[in-house]
Design a protein around this ligand. Structure first.
Ligand code: 6GU
Length: 243
């Protein structure tokens, strides 16, 4: 997977992704990440990239030409025209299914806006996907781009050490993950559930599934509508709801 981020703050992207598992995946070649400075494509004398909004109003608007030229230069260099994700609170709210869809691409471009937004005409020309990360307002698209890159990267084969773990975590089957425990067996007078110490693998799996169902019912009941539930799951849920 090759990530290309068009931004006015390239250091924010490179510094933010350098550490952690994503940084390691870049170093060992499972991913590439580059930040393209939109300002490098300004043709004005002071490298200006924004201007006053037509019709008036507060703030500045990012001009279309530097963004278009930045994208076209990238396309010429890599010989393809990848999907362009524009990070905006007006987009569809990002979820795991979208991460799975984006992870199938070989290249992805993220367009990070600032100020009051970007001239609509260049968005119409190059943007394929409008994505938000939630219903709150941020100062720019860089943090959302990093959130998406993290979520997509961990689905790319080889990025996580543990090949199976990406599938089995929260949101697998649209259920939340079961609680985890490690040593010591007794901590502040609380014991690790006996079943986990029993070595009985079938019983452990059964307990974990029940915990996932219970937790999802308590914390995110909305997820159950799209969950993949067996007859047995439905029975367990019915009992949990009675309590
Ligand atoms: Cl993608 N951008 C901005 N500026 N704010 C946001 C967002 C994106 N998602 C939620 N809030």
């Amino acid at each position: 997977m090759n990530f290309h981020v068009m931004t006015l703050f390239p250091d924010m992207i490179m510094d933010g992704m350098n550490t952690s598992i994503i940084g390691r995946a870049v170093k060992n070649g499972h991913l590439t990440l580059e930040a393209l400075n939109i300002r490098d494509y300004s043709k004005s004398k002071h490298n200006q990239v924004d201007d006053y909004p037509y019709g008036g109003g507060a703030g500045m608007v990012m001009q279309p030409e530097p963004i278009y030229d930045c994208y076209e230069a990238l396309c010429e260099r890599i010989g393809k025209r990848p999907r362009v994700i524009y990070l905006t609170p007006q987009g569809s709210v990002f979820h795991q299914g979208m991460a799975e869809d984006f992870a199938k691409e070989e290249d992805l471009v993220f367009l990070c806006g600032h100020y009051e937004g970007i001239d609509e005409r260049v968005l119409e020309e190059i943007v394929t996907d409008y994505v938000s990360i939630g219903d709150y307002v941020l100062t720019g698209g860089e943090l959302p781009a990093m959130v998406m890159i993290d979520a997509i990267s961990r689905l790319v084969p080889g990025v996580l050490n543990n090949e199976v773990s990406a599938e089995f975590e929260s949101f697998h089957d649209n259920l939340l993950e079961y609680p985890q425990y490690t040593r010591p067996v007794v901590y502040h007078e609380k014991r690790v559930p006996d079943v986990l110490l029993s070595g009985h693998h079938a019983k452990i799996e059964e307990w974990r599934r029940e915990q996932s169902l219970k937790r999802t019912l308590e914390r995110r009941p909305d997820l159950l509508e799209n969950a993949n539930l067996t007859k047995k799951d439905q029975k367990i849920l019915a009992i949990l709801k009675e309590k």
